[in-house]
Design a protein around this ligand. Structure first.
Ligand code: HEM
Ligand SMILES: *[C@@H]1O[C@H](CO)[C@@H](O)[C@H](O)[C@H]1NC(C)=O
Ligand SMILES: *[C@@H]1O[C@H](CO)[C@@H](O)[C@H](O)[C@H]1NC(C)=O
Ligand SMILES: CC(=O)N[C@H]1CO[C@H](CO)[C@@H](O)[C@@H]1O
Length: 323
């Protein structure tokens, strides 16, 4: 009994330490219009170019996966550090940086030096989702911006599209995310694109013998080959969810069950009891719990390793550490 209550105290302390400093409407007094400004500008961009929504939803993942949600991803390379996260291989196709910059500019006019870039990215990615009628979730704020950004860490920590299910589960566990979070958050691939160069080997040289990944539906592989040549232009792409490419729904999971998941990491969700069951359930129920599950897992993700209190800084320019 004593042991058990001691355990409870530790569990509570741990939970508090994790959420410490983050709260809803953190800028209520210091910058009352902050969240409205983020929402207004994000909505402007995303309603004009809906493909910014997948851009921002992917961007928050790539930020949170490396040194926590501290906007380390946004730092530009400099002469003293020419290898920031932004320059890492998995970041080569990120999009939407201009939205964060535009929001930051407006907020520096409204209340200089108050709102962190990490909070802007967390808020804007949620606002991007709601703008395209995707799920919504609460975004507690109070994050501060990191000063360190290393491409090597991004290359090591961002899950690879070639990863198998065991590796993916390990990648997520290292972030404090479980197997359910893995299968739920992979559902973000219901919107947005994958570039052809990432699937060249899967289509044309899977084991080095000029073959195609046998886990890929043959008819779909044939169609993909009409869109993605063996030497694709670096900008050619396909939608990941060919059924409803711009709608945030469960059709990504349908694609996966039909062996039409674009990446090996998508197909891998069929190779584990728990993830396969989730995928199949979403297909059967037409995504009955997907929006709610997604909101729950995002709520967890946007709290990973946050800097709060006097940690880090409030960057003046999201691309540059303060002088
Ligand atoms: C499970 C491990 C994951 C892997 C291996 C992975 C890998 C990838 C890859 C290779 C792309 C294609 C990028 C491109 O070609 O431009 C992509 C796109 C995307 N990913 Fe993931 N991803 C994973 C998890 C996630 C998570 C957790 C989220 C967010 C919750 C996410 C959101 C997205 C979105 C929205 C896109 C489309 C981006 C766009 O259209 O610009 N992914 N992902
Ligand atoms: C980064 O700087 C190092 C030396 O400081 C140099 O050797 C390297 O080529 C640079 N990398 C890039 C991508 O500019
Ligand atoms: C296929 O992969 C093998 C082994 O990696 C490599 O030697 C060969 O050049 C590749 N073929 C093509 C067409 O890229
Ligand atoms: C958006 C961005 O900064 N992308 C960079 C990611 O990294 C590649 C190199 O791998 C750069 O060429 C991109 O400019």
């Amino acid at each position: 009994m004593k042991f058990f209550s001691l355990f409870l105290v530790f569990a509570m302390l741990f939970a508090m330490a994790n959420a410490q400093g983050l709260m809803l409407d953190y800028y209520k007094h210091s910058c009352p219009n902050a969240e409205k400004i983020v929402a207004r500008i994000t909505k402007q961009y995303v309603s004009h170019v809906p493909n910014f929504a997948p851009g921002l939803i992917r961007m928050i993942f790539h930020d949170c996966a490396v040194r926590g949600c501290d906007a380390s991803l946004l730092l530009n390379p400099t002469s003293s550090n020419n290898q920031t996260e932004r320059t890492a291989v998995p970041n080569s196709t990120l999009r939407g940086f201009q939205i964060i910059e535009a929001v930051k500019k407006a907020l520096e006019t409204e209340c200089p030096g108050v709102v962190s870039c990490a909070d802007i990215l967390a808020l804007a990615s949620r606002d991007a989702s709601t703008t395209i009628n995707g799920p919504s979730w609460e975004v507690p704020t109070g994050r501060r911006d990191g000063k360190v950004s290393l491409a090597s860490e991004a290359n090591a920590l961002i899950p690879s599209p070639f990863a198998d299910i065991t590796t993916l589960k390990q990648n997520f566990a290292a972030l404090g995310l479980n197997t359910k979070d893995l299968v739920v958050l992979s559902g973000a691939h219901t919107i947005g694109v994958g570039h052809c160069f990432i699937i060249t080997n899967r289509l044309y040289n899977f084991t080095g013998n000029g073959d195609t990944d046998p886990a890929l539906n043959p008819a779909y592989a044939a169609w993909l080959k009409t869109k993605c040549s063996p030497n694709p232009s670096p900008t050619s792409f396909v939608f990941m969810d060919r059924i409803t490419p711009t709608v945030f729904d469960e059709k990504y999971y349908t694609m996966v069950t039909q062996d039409r998941g674009l990446f090996e990491s998508d197909a891998a969700l069929l190779n584990d009891e728990q993830t396969r069951t989730y995928v199949e359930t979403q297909v059967k129920t037409m995504g009955a719990t997907f929006d709610k599950d997604f909101a729950e897992s995002m709520t967890k993700m946007i709290k990973i390793g946050v800097l709060t209190g006097s940690q880090g800084e409030i960057r003046k320019d999201c691309g540059v550490v303060n002088a």
